[in-house]
Design a protein around this ligand. Structure first.
Ligand SMILES: Cc1cc2nc3c(=O)[nH]c(=O)nc-3n(C[C@H](O)[C@H](O)[C@H](O)COP(=O)(O)OP(=O)(O)OC[C@H]3O[C@@H](n4cnc5c(N)ncnc54)[C@H](O)[C@@H]3O)c2cc1C
Length: 392
C-alpha cells in the first residue's frame, strides 16, 4: 500500500497541514505532524506544507503478485429496491469475458434489503453472488461502500471489477480504485480480453470523441472500469440458472464524515437511458416554442424527449435529456431524430438504437449515415403532421 510519509527533520510543527486536511488524518505529537488511519492519500497536505516535509511513498509495483487475482466481479447497484438495467448489461458482458478467461462471474449486491434480487443476478449469468444486507447501506454513502469493497477485494482478490457509470457508480468506483491502489477507466464503450496477455482492454472515447483509446492496467489489480447504461447489449434471462450465494458481514466503519439530512430530487428522475421510444431534437427545431410540439409527439407515441447538447447549452432543455458522449447513451427500439446534424459526439450516444428515423432539411447531413428511414424536409412541419395524424 502507498503511504503518507512525514520527514520529521523538515517538519517545523507549524500545523498548516493539519488545517488543510479534510479527513482529520493529521495531528501533532511532540510538536511534529503525525498521520493516522483516516488518511485517504488525497495529497492536499503535501501542497500545504511550505517545508516540503510531506510526501507519498508509492507502493512498490513489484510487490503486487498478479497471479493471486482471479475472477470477474460486477457491482449490482439497486435503486429503490430494484436492480438497475445497466447491471444486467454488465452481467452479459461479464459472462462473455469470464467464459473467455475460464473464470467465475461474481455479482456483488449491497443494500439494506437485497435478498429478493439475488436470484435475478444468477438468472442473468452470475455464477456467484456476494451480498451484504445492512442498515448502514440503505443510503448510498460512498464511505460505507468503500469499506466493504476494500475488505472483499483484499480477501477474494478479483482480477476485474466492473461498475455501471451511474451517478453513484461514477462516484464510488474511483474511490474504491484509490483505496485499493489500482487504476480505473471511466465510461468504457468496449471491453475485451487481449488474447496474448489476458489483460482487460478497456476502450473509451478520448480527445473530444475524435479517437478511441484502448487502456490497460498491467501492474495493478483489480482491473477496474465503468460502463455507461445502454452501451452493452442486454442478454437473455435464464431463470433455471443456479449459483453460489455468499453472505458477508458489514465491516466496522471507522469514521462517518457525511450524514444525509434530506434527499431533494429535481423533478423527474432521468429515465432517458432506459426509454424504449425517443423523439430526439437538435437546433433544427428552430425555436423554443416548438419544443411543446416535440413533447406532444413524444406523449402521443409513449416516448421520451431527447436533445443534443446544443439545446441544453441554449437552455431549451435540461441536461438530463442530453444524448451523446457527455450526456446519456440510449438504446431505444425507436429513435426519431429531428433537426440533428449528427456530430460524432452525438452519434456516440445512439449507436445501440434499433431503428432510427431521421428528419433533416439537409440531404447531406451526417446523421443520415445512421438512418434506417430518411425524411428530407422541415422537421417542424413533419412533427405537426404526425401529431395531427395521431390525434385524429
Ligand atoms: C467534448 C464535446 C462533447 C460533446 N458532447 C455532446 C453530446 O454529448 N451530445 C451532443 O448532442 N453534442 C455534443 N457535443 C456537441 C456536438 O459536437 C455538436 O455541436 C452538437 O451535437 C450539434 O447539435 P445539433 O445537431 O442540435 O446542431 P447543429 O449541428 O447546428 O445541427 C442542426 C441540424 O438541423 C438541421 N436543420 C435546420 N433546420 C431544420 C429544419 N427546419 N428541419 C429539419 N432539419 C433542420 C440542419 O441541417 C442541421 O443538420 C459535444 C462537443 C464536444 C466538443
Amino acid at each position: 500500500m502507498s503511504q503518507l510519509t512525514i520527514n520529521l527533520e523538515k517538519c517545523t510543527g507549524c500545523g498548516l497541514c493539519i488545517k488543510s486536511c479534510a479527513t482529520d488524518a493529521l495531528h501533532k505529537e511532540n510538536n511534529k505532524a503525525m498521520v493516522n488511519e483516516n488518511c485517504t492519500l488525497c495529497g492536499i497536505c503535501i501542497d500545504s506544507c511550505p517545508f516540503e516535509a510531506i510526501s507519498i511513498e508509492k507502493e512498490n509495483l513489484e510487490e503486487v503478485d498478479l497471479s493471486l487475482y482471479e475472477g470477474i466481479w460486477v457491482f449490482a447497484e439497486q435503486q429503490k429496491g430494484e436492480i438497475l438495467p445497466v447491471v444486467y448489461e454488465l452481467l452479459g458482458k461479464g459472462k462473455e469475458l469470464s467464459l473467455e478467461k475460464g473464470c467465475k462471474l461474481t455479482a456483488l449486491i449491497f443494500a439494506d434489503e437485497v435478498q429478493c434480487n439475488i436470484q435475478k443476478l444468477i438468472s442473468y449469468g452470475a455464477d456467484r453472488v456476494i451480498f451484504c444486507e445492512d442498515a448502514a447501506l440503505a443510503e448510498k454513502l460512498d464511505e460505507n461502500y468503500i469499506e466493504l469493497f476494500d475488505t472483499l477485494i483484499n480477501k477474494h482478490k478479483p482480477d476485474i471489477l466492473l461498475f455501471g457509470a451511474t451517478g453513484f457508480g461514477r462516484s464510488l468506483a474511483p474511490r474504491v480504485a484509490a483505496r485499493v491502489g489500482t487504476g480505473l477507466t471511466a465510461d468504457c464503450t468496449l471491453l475485451e480480453i487481449d488474447k496474448e496477455s489476458g489483460l482487460l482492454q478497456q476502450t473509451r472515447p478520448a480527445f473530444g470523441g475524435n479517437l478511441m483509446a484502448t487502456i490497460i492496467c498491467p501492474n495493478h489489480r483489480p482491473q477496474m472500469a465503468t460502463v455507461r447504461p445502454g452501451v452493452l447489449l442486454l442478454q437473455e434471462e435464464n431463470t433455471s440458472n443456479e449459483g453460489e450465494v455468499i453472505a458477508v458481514p458489514m465491516p466496522t466503519i471507522r469514521h462517518n464524515h457525511i450524514e444525509i439530512l434530506e434527499e431533494v430530487l429535481s423533478g423527474e428522475i432521468n429515465t432517458i437511458a432506459d426509454a424504449k421510444i425517443i423523439v430526439s431534437v437538435g437546433r433544427g427545431i428552430g425555436s423554443q416554442k416548438n419544443m411543446s410540439l416535440v413533447h406532444r409527439l413524444a406523449e402521443l407515441i409513449g416516448g421520451n424527449v431527447g436533445v443534443t447538447r446544443s439545446l441544453v447549452d441554449i437552455g431549451w432543455s435540461q441536461y438530463e435529456n442530453q444524448i451523446g458522449q457527455t450526456g446519456s447513451t440510449v438504446a431505444p427500439k425507436l429513435l426519431i431524430a429531428c433537426g440533428i446534424s449528427g456530430a460524432i459526439q452525438h452519434l456516440a450516444g445512439i449507436s445501440n438504437a434499433e431503428t432510427i428515423i431521421v428528419i433533416n432539411s439537409d440531404p447531406d447531413a451526417p446523421i443520415f449515415s445512421v438512418a434506417d428511414y430518411k425524411v428530407v424536409g422541415d422537421c417542424v412541419e413533419v412533427i405537426k403532421k404526425l401529431i395531427a395524424t395521431l390525434e385524429d
